[in-house]
Design a protein around this ligand. Structure first.
Ligand code: ARG
Length: 587
């Protein structure tokens, strides 16, 4: 469980300050240590910011202290001896700066090398989370919009899993809309025998378009389609079967993309929650939340012009009714403490509305710092070079599989150009092209703050310089090759060698390694994968400044420096893993 994790560096420092705060102001119960990285690096690594706020709390109560600075002094004086801290100083109105001991940093890294990187996982305050991501719609092709949801959602799930949270990865596929009436009727027309397979239907998107055309142009067909929805929702065998066939074909297409991306999801589509809708709405009705408006049943939300429609005028349910039932199910049956939804920012309103409904029903606390909690992770559009929504030359949306294929093909060509076809086995070539190509697509998306739009550009993402997956993967492979070239058995070094962070660049790199857990924690808490990307890029830069300055192989410090190389490679690999990128070891 979570309890075994060491926790972030900040947390470990907080523990030391907690002891001091208890002694310094025993009358102030539950003061939480406020620890932050030092704004000015020359003052130290971390600082404790409690003095100011403590002072304003205690000054009216006849305290012995004469101001915030003396409070800070006392906090510093009362720190227990710890081999973690090398020195402390006071700055401004009582900030306590801490410089960490390089021996302690080195020891912590060595311990990680023996015990494994999993011991560096952050501690999070939740046991079970649901990540609702990818969630394409049946009978429609997955496109770049779904790519973002899939990639960002997978990373968040991976980070939570690493933090030992039990994660339910949910694919909330759109498998229950009114479009099914039209699709089923069209299927019956084309295959009167009812014998369908994927070859027969062919491209499901084309099938969708053709049936839509039929629907829009033929009134009789439209009527039949509307009746088909009722038959389907009423559970009529023939209709259920046709629906299931259409879903299955779609599912196979989605699965191909997930397989390539190495993403695992468990499908619980909209249809799954259908049996829970009536009961959920009854619960909301009991609380007096549902009102009648223009023939529909709605929930009015304060501050919103239009209400949330939960039963349509024709008596049917919709996207919102399903999401309310899913919320009920996830909280009560699956007992999730944190439910995270990934869609484009365009759906923010929908999520805000049903989250508010959940709060008014008393299912979710109105204080958002409390659990259970829901979060909508919105992301921006994928743009083409023309600054418009990403499309291919025609007006068609770009197909995901084609994008991944192209990334891989381009990477393979670059590798062949560098003579790798002669040097490597065909499998190695294939594997590397795939890892780098798919990794590049993922990283180009993840490195941006997700709420902004980003421009999809192969040349940029496949550049081997700058902040790209290609550059980072190569940097990792280079570190691995340094270790290989040394001819040393790294496992022996881990057991017998000692890591010493003597030089400035070594200490900086070491400290950065140690900050891994707090970065993952921040990325999880704020649901921002780009924070981890920044960390990774920074790590490779810090490694470069160490490596370009100091000799590793053949130096007197070889053992220690090889251990530093290894620790860097281990942390880089964990970053790749959390970002869903496959590391490569040779370039
Ligand atoms: N199927 C939806 C879409 O493609 C996304 C569903 C997101 N999840 C949810 N629980 N509403 O836009």
């Amino acid at each position: 469980t979570n309890e075994d994790n060491i926790g972030s560096l900040k947390e470990q420092i907080a523990k030391v300050f907690e002891v001091s705060l208890k002694v310094t102001v025993p009358e102030e119960l539950d003061v939480v240590p406020l620890i932050a990285a030092c704004a000015k690096k020359e003052f130290g690594d971390y600082q404790c910011n409690n003095a100011m706020s403590l002072w304003s709390k205690i000054k009216g109560k006849g305290t012995q202290f004469k101001g915030p600075q003396p409070v800070g002094q006392a906090i510093m004086k009362n720190l227990p001896t710890s081999d973690m801290i090398e020195s402390c100083s006071i700055a401004g109105p009582g900030f306590v700066n801490v410089k960490l001991s390089k021996q302690w940093i080195a020891k912590s890294i060595q311990k990680m090398l023996t015990d494994g990187i999993d011991t560096w996982a952050p501690k999070l305050p939740v046991k079970r989370a649901i990540v609702d991501f990818s969630s394409p719609n049946i009978a429609k092709e997955m496109h770049v919009g779904h790519l973002r949801s899939t990639i960002i959602g997978d990373t968040l799930a991976r980070m939570l899993e690493y933090s030992k949270v039990d994660v339910l990865r949910r694919n909330h596929v759109g498998d229950w809309g009114t479009q099914f009436g039209m699709l089923i009727e069209f299927l019956f027309e084309k295959f009167p025998s009812g014998e369908v397979n994927d070859q027969a239907i062919g491209d499901l998107e084309v099938f969708y378009k053709a049936s839509k055309q039929r629907f829009d142009s033929d009134v009789e067909f439209k009527k039949r389609a509307q009746k088909a929805v009722v038959s389907l929702q009423g559970g009529e065998e023939k209709y259920r079967k046709a629906w299931a066939q259409i879903c299955e074909i779609s599912r196979k297409g989605f699965e191909k993309v997930y397989q390539r991306l190495g993403v695992h999801l468990e499908e619980k589509g909209e249809s799954f929650y259908n049996p829970y809708i009536l009961k959920t709405l009854d619960l909301l009705r009991e609380k007096g939340l549902i009102e009648e408006s223009e023939g529909a049943q709605v929930i009015f939300i304060e501050g919103k012009k239009t209400p949330l429609i939960v039963v349509k005028r024709d008596g049917g349910f919709n996207y919102a009714s399903t999401d309310l039932a899913a919320l009920w199910y996830r909280l009560n049956v699956e007992k999730a403490e944190w439910i995270i939804y990934l869609t484009d920012v365009g759906q923010r309103e929908h999520f805000e509305m049903f989250f508010t409904a959940g709060k008014r029903a008393g299912w979710l606390p109105s204080d958002e710092s409390k659990y259970p909690k829901t979060s909508h992770v919105g992301f921006g559009l994928v743009l083409g070079d023309d600054g418009k929504r990403f499309r291919t030359r025609s007006t068609e949306v770009v197909k995901l599989v084609d994008l991944l294929d192209e990334a891989k093909t381009r990477c393979k060509a670059a590798l062949v150009e560098r003579g790798k076809a002669a040097e490597w086995t065909p499998e190695e070539l294939e594997h590397t092209a795939e890892a780098v190509g798919y990794g590049a697509v993922k990283y180009a998306d993840l490195k941006n703050n997700r709420s902004t739009n980003y421009t999809f550009n192969f040349d940029q993402m496949l550049n081997d310089k700058g902040n790209t997956a290609v550059y980072l993967l190569y940097a990792h492979a280079r570190i691995c090759s340094i270790i290989r070239k040394s001819g040393k058995d790294i496992d022996d070094l881990k057991k017998e060698g000692e890591l010493i962070l003597e030089k400035d660049e070594e200490r900086k790199l070491g400290l950065h390694l140690l900050q891994f857990a707090e970065v993952v924690e921040e990325a999880c808490t704020n649901l921002l994968p780009n924070v981890l990307c920044e960390y990774l890029y920074d790590l490779s830069e810090k490694f470069t400044s160490f490596y370009s300055q100091w000799q590793v192989i053949g130096s007197a410090e070889e053992t220690s420096r090889l251990l530093l190389c290894e620790a860097t490679a281990v942390v880089m690999r964990k970053c790749f893993h959390l970002l869903g990128i496959t590391p490569v070891y040779k370039i």
